[in-house]
Design a protein around this ligand. Structure first.
Ligand SMILES: *[C@@H]1O[C@H](CO)[C@@H](O)[C@H](O)[C@H]1NC(C)=O
Ligand SMILES: *[C@@H]1O[C@H](CO)[C@@H](O)[C@H](O)[C@H]1NC(C)=O
Ligand SMILES: *[C@@H]1O[C@H](CO)[C@@H](O)[C@H](O)[C@H]1NC(C)=O
Ligand SMILES: *[C@@H]1O[C@H](CO)[C@@H](O)[C@H](O)[C@H]1NC(C)=O
Ligand SMILES: *[C@@H]1O[C@H](CO)[C@@H](O)[C@H](O)[C@H]1NC(C)=O
Ligand SMILES: *[C@@H]1O[C@H](CO)[C@@H](O)[C@H](O)[C@H]1NC(C)=O
Ligand SMILES: *[C@@H]1O[C@H](CO)[C@@H](O)[C@H](O)[C@H]1NC(C)=O
Ligand SMILES: *[C@@H]1O[C@H](CO)[C@@H](O)[C@H](O)[C@H]1NC(C)=O
Ligand SMILES: *[C@@H]1O[C@H](CO)[C@@H](O)[C@H](O)[C@H]1NC(C)=O
Ligand SMILES: *[C@@H]1O[C@H](CO)[C@@H](O)[C@H](O)[C@H]1NC(C)=O
Length: 472
């Protein structure tokens, strides 16, 4: 141990003038956290557009869902459109996801929403295996305002006369998809219900609900799932609040009967701080926990990747969700513009066959999604900028290390608890690196891998393990 400390100091001294600091990172396989089920995205607007563009939709689907050609996202959130009043024209491009029931006395139109559905099946064909259906708004004719983007002055918008009809609608859609061979494991009736975001004549579908309404709707949806023979395969997820603290509030405000229909809590992490509390509540209530939505404004450099990575680290380490889903992988950003959209891939939605702008943040996300795969267990690392995951089946240890500093960092990564047979490294940085395989120049000495990371970079280490029982 003594000799090895001296060697460390010598290594570090080489970099002393140029590096920020060195850090020692200890990876502990005996402190195991959540078993991860996947990275995801919500379909909605981008899928509603690109699913209908034969020239590019296969390429887009490959980039998002295919593991070798793209991100390999396997957790899919399908938006059950409400459909707006056909005389309204206020939604963003492709924001008006079609509903299946155009009026109270109409019959269901199952040819509706073909574009988003194309993308849903394209995901499945490329390996996606966990499907959730969620609603942004009931059909416009079930609402108080007569508009599926929200109520007047941000008011609650589901008309109480249609509580039952709404629950029937959502479960009919789930039932129809099941008959077509696609089973939604969860059905989420709400999206950001508490934050008062959703207003009449807005730019996308949205609907606010108070807690007593949510309590009623959950029970009605649960009852319909039972009645329609769906509840063996499909249960309810809730509440998809915008902020963690609102999610904590909503979970406390419903009764036990409503709770019994819920299998999963979904939170967005646009705000709020109570990650550990929400983890505790989910555990106490015996619900699966997802981070089901977040997004970050785009940039041309690594800064969005760093924000995204720090968010993943904070969520995965403190909230410990079993799935982590980005909001919209593709958004409207014509002429290579950045800064006003959350996209990992920018595109011109008014001219979608023109070029796709694959941002550095796409690769920043890929540093996680391509390597920490479903079934991997997140394990402890004592460093807040390192996510560690372990898979006994493939005998793999993955570390994703983020240098958020503007100068390079020396990492002393202690993997002495593992019996490593070989390893590779991949990096995304400002220096034209997009998940680049790095030259194999590092040695593990005395259980320590010493590595100097460039400023603003994300490095993924993939270790093959000779044995998977660990030194205690
Ligand atoms: C580098 O890490 C070692 C071991 O933790 C420590 O003793 C040393 O002071 C550190 N050097 C710098 C420059 O931070
Ligand atoms: C059903 O939806 C399709 C696709 O939007 C549309 O072309 C068709 O007219 C609709 N059918 C009815 C009966 O409204
Ligand atoms: C909740 O919303 C419903 C439907 O809009 C309304 O009837 C009810 O009065 C509201 N309850 C509370 C406590 O605000
Ligand atoms: C649901 O599962 C239970 C237990 O496996 C079974 O008895 C029941 O028949 C199933 N119901 C349906 C509708 O498949
Ligand atoms: C979560 O639960 C753990 C273990 O019971 C406890 O130590 C911790 O204080 C709790 N944290 C919060 C924020 O509730
Ligand atoms: C790491 O994260 C934990 C939990 O958020 C925090 O308490 C701690 O201060 C952080 N450590 C450092 C060095 O920032
Ligand atoms: C890096 O530099 C940018 C731009 O000057 C600054 O906003 C940011 O706070 C710096 N980050 C760190 C971790 O020092
Ligand atoms: C690592 O595995 C090899 C091959 O099984 C074995 O010879 C060696 O003793 C192991 N080392 C440790 C530290 O467990
Ligand atoms: C990145 O690569 C492109 C194409 O190879 C090159 O034109 C550009 O100068 C490179 N930029 C940096 C920062 O290395
Ligand atoms: C790793 O070990 C080889 C062979 O001993 C040596 O040539 C090389 O410089 C070492 N690499 C590092 C980064 O220390």
């Amino acid at each position: 141990m003594e000799g090895f400390k001296i060697r460390l100091l010598l290594t570090v001294s080489i970099f002393l003038s140029i590096v920020n600091a060195n850090r020692t990172v200890f990876i502990n396989p005996n402190n195991r956290w959540q078993v991860f089920e996947g990275w995801g995205t919500s379909l909605c607007w981008w899928a509603n557009l690109f699913g209908g563009i034969p020239d590019v939709r296969d390429k887009v689907a490959d980039l998002v869902f295919d593991l070798s050609k793209g991100l390999g996202l396997n957790v899919i959130r399908y938006n059950i459109g409400g459909g707006d009043d056909p005389s309204h024209h206020h939604m963003r491009i492709a924001g008006d996801v079609p509903g299946f029931l155009p009026c109270k006395t109409c019959s269901y139109n199952w040819t509706s929403d073909a574009n988003q559905r194309w993308m849903l099946y394209a995901a499945k064909e490329r390996g996606a295996d966990i499907f959730e259906a969620f609603s942004n708004s009931p059909p416009y004719w079930m609402t108080n305002s007569g508009c599926s983007s929200g109520g007047h002055y941000f008011s609650d918008n589901l008309n109480s006369y249609y509580f039952d009809a709404y629950a029937d609608y959502l479960t009919e859609v789930v039932k129809w998809y099941k008959e077509q061979g696609l089973t939604f494991r969860t059905l989420e009736p709400f999206n950001e219900p508490t934050d008062r975001f959703w207003e009449y004549s807005g730019y996308q579908e949205g609907c606010s609900y108070n807690c007593s309404t949510m309590n009623i709707i959950i029970k009605k949806v649960g009852a319909y799932l039972n009645e329609k023979g769906l509840s063996n395969k499909t249960s309810i997820s809730a509440f998809d609040e915008n902020k963690i603290d609102e999610e904590v509030y909503s979970e406390h405000c419903i009764d036990n009967d409503a709770k019994s229909h819920i299998s999963q809590y979904n939170t967005h992490t646009y705000g709020g701080t109570q990650r550990m509390k929400l983890f505790n509540i989910s555990k106490q209530d015996n619900k699966r926990l997802w981070m089901s939505e977040v997004g970050f404004y785009s940039s041309k450099d690594m800064s969005t990747s760093i924000k995204l990575s720090e968010a993943i680290l904070n969520d995965m380490r403190n909230l410990k969700p079993v799935a982590w889903a980005y909001w919209q992988v593709i958004e409207h950003a014509p002429n290579g513009n950045v800064g006003n959209d959350f996209a990992l891939i920018g595109a011109d939605f008014s001219n979608p066959t023109t070029s796709l702008d694959i941002r550095l943040s796409f690769y920043g996300f890929a540093q996680y999604t391509k390597f920490i795969r479903p079934g991997y267990q997140i394990i402890s690392s004592n460093d807040n900028d390192t996510l560690a995951a372990f898979d006994a089946n493939s005998k793999t240890l993955v570390l994703v290390c983020t240098n958020k500093n503007n100068i390079s960092d020396v990492w002393n990564i202690d993997v002495s608890m593992f019996n490593i047979s070989s390893f590779t490294a991949f990096r995304t940085s400002n220096n034209n690196e997009t998940v680049n395989l790095l030259p194999n120049v590092w040695n593990i000495t005395g259980g320590i891998l010493t590595y100097q990371s460039p400023a603003n970079s994300i490095t993924t280490w993939v270790f093959s393990l000779a044995i998977t029982n660990f030194t205690q």
